[in-house]
Design a protein around this ligand. Structure first.
Ligand code: HEM
Length: 343
């Protein structure tokens, strides 16, 4: 059976919500009652049926609405999608990867047919049926990276690997947690991570870079990251800070459950075959507190994580202003029981 795509918005009237099935599959990111940065990278292999890992590139009920939101962001600000001239081949690599994975995971929605370099791509949810020549940009309406990432959930950075480092030389970034592709374009791994507190001192980025530069084709890796967002807004970019920053001052004990969202990023890392680049999809999942606390073990654990989060992390993630209100609200759902590790 195919996915039923929701009609919803991530701005203005904010009609986004998760179905009960999507609440259950939410990638809750905490393995214990506290949180600190770590090199939490593991092989990106297929997981249980019905989970967000059932397919390596996940498509869900929010697909169509997310693609509509991306189109709105790009119409206002085309610099959310940039590719330096030497990255076009990596863009074709990414197009192949995303078409193959989406067609493999969701044959009822996507079909890829190849006859040598002549490719036909059918995307039923978005009403697209295009035939093009692989490697010939003039046969597509956009460059290859932009073409396929207008049809794929999540943000994408493509990194060029040279001089033992990774360089952010291309990307489609419209659903980011307060960082800017236009600012970071052309930076290396240490430069774009410069604002992150505590992690540099722990040697996390040196070890992570070593791991990433050794990733092999066909052996992707993944990690989870998280933050919080007020209202189910996908585009929390610095460029639009004036639209969403003030929302943080609107949280009250009465509206916490509706307004405060946990924002989890399923990040994966893939070696690209022709360009030797790395693609970094950042797939964002949102869940409001009222939905999250339907799972009592999540409510209990989230309370402890947010209560005990180091101030540096809370500041960096932008939680400081409403943290006391959120902790007070969550505390009522924490019965003090010992939690088991994992889940
Ligand atoms: C944050 C990109 C891989 C750990 C960030 C930020 C960017 C970014 C743009 C926001 C920085 C800012 O505040 O401006 C990337 C890219 C990666 C990558 C493109 C892949 C090549 C990793 C890996 C790790 C890591 C492998 C660790 C093992 C972090 C941490 C933060 C961060 C801890 C702070 C997140 C938070 O507290 O919300 N990353 N990253 N990153 N990154 Fe990465």
């Amino acid at each position: 059976m195919g996915i039923t795509f929701r009609k919803e918005t991530f701005r203005d009237d904010f009609t986004f919500k998760n179905s009960p099935e999507h609440i259950r599959r939410f990638p809750f990111p905490f393995h214990e009652d506290s949180y600190m940065y770590a090199v939490n990278i593991e092989p990106h292999v297929v997981g249980p049926k019905g989970s967000v890992l059932e397919n390596l590139i996940d498509v869900d009920e929010h697909y169509v609405a997310e693609m509509q939101d991306r189109a709105l962001v790009l119409a206002e600000d085309p610099l959310r999608c940039q590719s330096l001239p030497h990255m076009t081949l990596a863009g074709w690599d990414l197009l192949e990867l995303l078409m193959e994975q989406q067609a493999l995971g969701y044959p009822e929605h996507f079909t890829l047919t190849r006859d040598g370099d002549r490719w036909r791509w059918i995307n039923r949810p978005l009403g697209i049926d295009d035939t093009f020549t692989f490697g010939d940009t003039s046969t597509l309406p956009y460059g290859p990276m932009e073409y396929i990432t207008r049809q794929s959930q999540g943000d994408f950075c493509i990194l060029d690997q040279r001089d033992g480092n990774l360089w952010m030389d291309a990307g489609m970034v419209t659903t980011q947690a307060d960082w800017s592709l236009d600012f970071d374009i052309g930076m290396n791994f240490f430069e774009w991570h410069a604002p992150v507190p505590l992690a540099h001192e722990k040697g996390i980025f040196v070890r992570a870079l070593k791991f990433l530069t050794n990733i092999q084709q066909g052996k992707p890796a993944r990690r989870l990251n998280w933050t919080m967002t007020i209202n189910p807004r996908l585009d929390t970019s610095p460029e639009n800070y004036h639209k969403w920053g003030p929302d943080r001052a609107t949280v009250t004990p009465e509206n916490v459950g509706d307004k405060v969202h946990l924002r989890v990023e399923l990040q994966s890392f893939w070696r690209l075959p022709r360009s030797n680049g790395i693609v970094f999809p950042i797939r964002c999942y949102l869940i409001k507190m009222d939905e999250l606390v339907t799972q009592p073990k999540w409510a209990r654990r989230l309370h402890r994580v947010i209560r005990d989060l180091p101030d540096e992390l809370a500041n960096y993630k932008g939680l400081t202003r409403y943290r006391p209100t959120l902790v007070e609200w969550l505390s009522k759902l924490d019965d003090g029981r010992t939690t088991s590790p994992g889940f």
